[in-house]
Write a protein that binds this ligand. Structure first.
Ligand code: LRH
Ligand code: MN
Length: 427
């Protein structure tokens, strides 16, 4: 299914009058704060977030999975669905593949299809947390940290194959997340597991093309419930340092214990020049992989405030960041969920751009905590949705993607085309 430009135009025509009025009133409001609305539109115009290839179907938990119908049954249909998101938002212009869940059967055809929809290939993800048929060594008790050299070599080899697949597609980075760890005290030797992991990552790093980056993703628990070898940002940072200049940490918002100050971790990693990118999602308790901004929108704003400040004062030369979503959809239509996540990410970014950094710095130097909060909230409580709408309209996307998605009954159309039983690979 494709969304026709005529459908986008008639949708925008219907909403243009109310949008212009709201945009003008916001522009006047911002002008009084010496902020140019057009400049904000310019900054968000081509801000792209990569869509995970494993989050285009209905996810599930160990307690069950409820099919949504019309799910993409192969990589071609997954790219088609990301094309729908990109046509509606002009902000989903990249896909992050998970290997082997989404190995392209015809690389050239896949590249041409993606290019025809304005989609590029962001980080490729390796998978040494599941056993594939005919695999010599099981990953039940680990992969890059495994006590068996054979299992480690097998896992390293898989990552080298993932890099190769990524090179063929034009990707420039690999994300390594390990399920390695233990569920019981005494089950593993922490030192040995970390040493094996470090040595294995270094072997993968040696094979990294000169213009590539390696993202090392940390997680405190699940699927192991006592220890994860790469449990936190510090361990990921140490491993990235050990590998070299092309290795960075990756912050998955759901991979933090309750009440962790993620915005401070982001600030620290940028100041160390080792922040590679994000897996955006939201959570109330664990790695819930919920819609971005659906539970803790203020935290998302604070994270972007540290990003804006950090990249403005980038003394450590932190490279441009990788923006990716990592979610799983148990209840919502996956495409509606992703539309809402894209909106929340761009909203938080624009709100963060509104922070009067100069005034905030003065208030901080004065130790004026109350004024600091006033300055942050002045930005956070500004409804910047007209800025996002203006940017979408400027790129021929929909003023209201969620509304148009429903008006066009996209899900019904996909079910007509694909049936109600198709199941997408992934989480
Ligand atoms: C692990 C994770 C990782 C992916 C997987 C799909 O929880 O966040 O990024 O490999 O989800
Ligand atoms: Mn993740």
């Amino acid at each position: 299914m494709k969304i026709q430009s005529a459908q986008l135009e008639s949708h925008n025509e219907a909403l243009a009058k109310s949008h212009h009025a709201e945009y003008q009133s916001l522009a006047q409001q911002l002008a009084q704060r010496d902020i140019q609305a057009d400049a904000l539109v310019e900054q968000i115009l081509d801000f792209q977030v990569a869509i995970p290839s494993w989050a285009l179907g209905a996810g599930g938990t160990r307690f069950g999975r409820f099919s949504i119908g019309g799910e993409p049954g192969n990589l071609e249909q997954k790219i088609e669905d990301i094309g729908l998101l990109h046509a509606l938002t002009h902000s989903a212009g990249a896909i992050s593949l998970h290997i082997p869940w989404d190995i392209p059967s015809d690389v050239q055809a896949t590249k041409e299809q993606a290019a025809s929809l304005g989609i590029t290939f962001d980080a490729v993800n390796s998978n040494t947390f599941q056993d594939q048929a005919g695999q010599a060594f099981s990953y039940k008790f680990g992969s890059l940290s495994h006590t068996s050299e054979g299992a480690r070599k097998q896992a390293i080899e898989h990552n080298l194959q993932v890099i190769e697949t990524g090179q063929q597609l034009g990707s420039k980075s690999i994300t390594v997340w390990l399920a390695d760890g233990a569920s019981f005290p005494g089950q593993i030797n922490f030192r040995r597991a970390l040493e094996h992991t470090r040595a294995s990552l270094k072997e993968i790093y040696q094979a990294l093309p000169a213009d590539w980056r390696m993202f090392i993703e940390y997680k405190p628990y699940e699927p192991n419930f006592y220890s994860m070898v790469i449990q936190d940002w510090g361990t990921s940072y140490h491993l990235a340092q050990s590998c070299g200049d092309q290795a960075f940490t990756l912050v998955d918002l759901g991979h933090h214990l309750p009440n962790t100050n993620i915005e401070q971790i982001v600030s620290t990693l940028i100041s160390l020049g080792k922040l590679g990118g994000f897996h955006f999602n939201d959570s109330k308790y664990g790695d819930d992989d919920l819609t971005v901004g659906s539970i803790k929108p203020y935290q998302l704003f604070l994270i972007f405030s540290e990003l804006v400040y950090g990249m403005k004062n980038n003394t450590a030369g932190n490279p441009p960041l990788a923006w990716m979503i990592d979610a799983s959809h148990n209840l919502k239509d996956p495409l509606e969920d992703l539309l809402q996540s894209l909106e929340a990410i761009r909203l938080a970014y624009v709100q963060a751009l509104l922070v009067d950094q100069h005034a905030l710095t003065s208030a901080q130097l004065e130790g004026d905590a109350a004024l600091c909060q006033e300055i942050l909230h002045a930005a956070y409580r500004t409804d910047v949705r007209p800025i996002l709408r203006e940017a979408r309209m400027a790129r021929g996307a929909a003023l209201d993607p969620f509304l148009l998605y429903r008006q066009l009954e996209v899900r019904k159309q996909l079910i007509r085309e694909r049936g109600s039983k198709t199941v997408a690979t992934g989480l």
